[in-house]
Ligand binder design. Structure first.
Ligand code: CDP
Length: 213
């Protein structure tokens, strides 16, 4: 039996950084499930189509090869927007679901466990996961972090615009009918608004160690 750590939460709450550190700490494999939705959104956009084009998004999700994702292309703010548009489509989610479950069940390289981060890992993808974290932070703090990240990669976007987009993405993710963003009933809440990366990591390890006993 492999061990699954499910990490969910809104955009820029610190899930990715935390998930990677946890995977390294426990020697587990890591899957950033947002990258799958981003790749689908980008695949539609490079065809010159709008991400809201369902036929194109569903075809892109079914054809997705997770080993061939262009990391650079999917990290733009536009790709994040496109991801949240295709992510409301149930057939897109269905196409990606089995890949995520297989990853958790049979992590690559014979790892004894997996860390998955996303929006619906604890609720839909791996509801049986023994360790679930719901990572949040205030919209202002999340927007500030995301803005620093984007600025670092050369973007000229303003912080106010990032805040607006963060709120819009939260709204789309929490209000959608398909797998809305919400904590699983058995998830541990971790608010990173006033926590350093190290402090958040320490709290997460304490929670997970307990669930391993
Ligand atoms: O890094 P950030 O939090 O901005 O976004 P992400 O985790 O890369 O996810 C991008 C978008 O994909 C989210 O806003 C969600 O709409 C969607 N997503 C999802 O619906 N389910 C997941 N398991 C992961 C991402």
């Amino acid at each position: 039996m492999t061990f699954t750590i499910a990490i969910d939460g809104p955009a820029a709450a610190g899930k990715g950084t935390l998930a990677k550190k946890l995977a390294a700490h426990y020697g587990f494999a890591y899957l950033d499930t947002g990258s799958l939705y981003r790749a689908v959104g980008v695949a539609v956009q490079v065809q010159g189509l709008d991400p809201s084009n369902e036929t194109a998004a569903i075809a892109a999700a079914r054809a997705l090869d997770a080993t061939k994702i262009d990391e650079k292309a999917i990290r733009t703010a536009e790709a994040g927007e496109a991801a949240s548009v295709v992510a409301v489509m149930q057939p897109v989610r269905d196409a990606i679901l089995q890949f995520q479950r297989d990853f958790a069940k049979n992590p690559p390289n014979g790892s004894k466990g997996a860390v998955l981060d996303g929006r619906d890992i604890g609720t839909v993808v791996c509801p049986e996961a023994p360790a679930k974290l719901f990572v949040t932070a205030s919209p202002e703090i999340r927007a500030h972090r995301r803005w620093l990240e984007l600025k670092g990669s050369g973007s000229a976007i303003s912080e106010a615009q990032v805040l607006e987009e963060t709120k819009e993405r939260d709204r789309r993710d929490t209000e959608r009918a398909t797998s809305p963003l919400r904590p699983a009933p058995d998830a541990h809440l971790l608010d990173t608004s006033n926590l350093s990366i190290e402090a958040a990591f320490g709290e997460a390890v304490a929670i997970i160690d307990k669930s391993m006993r």
